[in-house]
Design a protein around this ligand. Structure first.
Ligand SMILES: C[S@@+](CC[C@H](N)C(=O)[O-])C[C@H]1O[C@@H](n2cnc3c(N)ncnc32)[C@H](O)[C@@H]1O
Length: 414
């Protein structure tokens, strides 16, 4: 069974993707359920068969219901940056047709979109007669909630209740049965208004101590001055065709790291000997640490017949390391591989662990393979300075937005 939620690619789009995969390999892991059904990536899989490619990144997701699987497939598509607004609305329509009884918020949370967008799509569908107008809905906690508007009566109101009931949003909440207490309706409305104000006030400029830019490591990232960086903490792509990039990383590290600086590299096991040779071109091997990835977040590597629950974090230095003692077992929280911002995204908790173990507030960290910006978010949340680069423009835009949001949420802009 294939959980295909988007229409087939056009022949031109298919050929374009095929040429890209022939040139660079499969960039986005193909996702399967435990029975081997494709949850996401049927085009990529077909192209691999066409090209005779047997070695491609894959993820197995086990223990999902059929509903979960379809929702997950839609969520992955929604999170893809190449979907335009109309394509996202189409996925919302599919979800509403399938589970109209679920609340807008529940559908929004499942798909990773905003609940007003789900509400707008629902209204259009109700008007067009394509979905039933539900008088009850299931909320995000799985509870049934009335949707019908009822007249609102408040007996013997206190002064605060009298004031609160003047707000039409409070009345709406009571009328649709979302709560029966005027004061709790008012609190909810104020909380949401505050969240909106906060989103509106989010900074649009990166602070001076944090910058991200589009750059290909093979060009040497010349805008970064020599001997200006304290640590490189990074997670390059793992497939075989990317192994030479670890040599470029070694050259970059030798140039930009301060003497005694460290290069910390998360990588896969498949091509480890070659990766270590490349990293050793300009840098000195120091240690190999284990990054534990407990739970169901680790892929099954069929070509190696291995279920992997850890990955190496390689530690190379520029000259002698003279820093603190560091434990060599790192870990991400269980089931915490975050693919919302990048298909190969790492856990934010795991990255914060690495940042905290190796660096001090005020240190300058570089990640030349930004992806979804996890290292940058971990760095700013821990008050480190940060430079990030990625060859992919979308990755840089996503990282920038994510870092700005983290700064706004934590109130940690410099
Ligand atoms: C494994 S991902 C990083 C994921 C990241 N750690 C996160 O948590 O989101 C590797 C990144 O390297 C980038 N990349 C690939 N080739 C590159 C190159 N030659 N120069 C710079 N970045 C490159 C890819 O675009 C991808 O975003």
């Amino acid at each position: 069974m294939i959980y295909q939620v988007m229409p087939d690619l056009s022949p031109e789009e298919y050929e374009e993707l095929k040429a890209d995969i022939a040139a660079r390999g499969v960039m986005v892991p193909i996702e399967f359920d435990e029975q081997g059904n494709v949850l996401d990536g049927h085009h990529r899989l077909k192209i691999c068969a066409d090209l005779g490619l047997k070695d491609y990144p894959k993820v197995i997701r086990a223990g999902m219901t059929e509903d979960d699987k379809r929702l997950h497939a839609r969520k992955l598509n929604c999170a893809r940056r190449h979907l335009n607004a109309e394509q996202k609305r189409e996925l919302i329509r599919q979800q509403l047709s399938e589970t109209p009884e679920k609340s807008d918020r529940q559908i929004a949370a499942g798909l990773g979109v905003s609940h007003p967008t789900v509400g707008a799509v629902r209204n259009e569908m109700v008007e067009a007669g394509n979905v039933e107008k539900f008088t009850t809905s299931i909320d995000t906690m799985g509870r049934e909630q009335p949707r019908q508007r009822k007249p609102v009566s408040v007996f013997n109101p206190t002064r605060r209740e009298e004031k609160a009931i003047q707000d039409p949003d409070v009345v709406d909440r009571l009328a649709t049965g979302q709560t029966s207490s005027v004061l709790s309706a008012s609190k909810q409305v104020n909380r949401e208004a505050k969240a909106e104000r906060k989103a509106y006030e989010a900074p649009t400029q990166m602070p001076d101590n944090c910058q991200v830019f589009v750059g290909d490591i093979r060009d040497g990232l010349p805008s970064i001055p020599d001997e200006s960086v304290d640590f490189i903490i990074t997670d390059p792509p793992y497939p075989r065709e990317y192994v030479p990039l670890y040599g470029d990383l070694s050259r970059l590290a030798e140039r930009v790291l301060n003497p005694g600086g460290s290069l910390i590299v998360m990588t896969g096991q498949s091509y480890l000997p070659d990766v270590m040779t490349e990293l050793g071109r300009e840098m000195t091997y120091h240690w190999c640490m284990a990054y534990m990835t407990p739970g169901g977040q680790s892929p099954q590597l069929w070509h190696k017949r291995t279920n992997t629950f850890w990955k190496p974090v390689l530690w190379f230095t520029k000259g002698e390391y003279g820093g603190d003692m560091v434990g060599d077992v790192l870990k991400s929280p269980p089931n915490n591989n975050d693919k919302l911002f990048h298909e190969w995204g790492q856990s934010l908790g795991g990255m914060q662990d690495i940042v905290e173990r190796f660096t001090y507030p005020g240190d300058l960290i570089l990640d030349p393979f930004l992806g979804g910006g996890t290292t940058g978010v971990a760095a700013v949340l821990k008050a480190r300075e940060f430079i990030g680069a990625d060859a992919n423009e979308e990755c840089v835009a996503t990282s920038k937005a994510r870092i700005l949001e983290a700064i706004a949420d934590a109130g940690c802009a410099s």
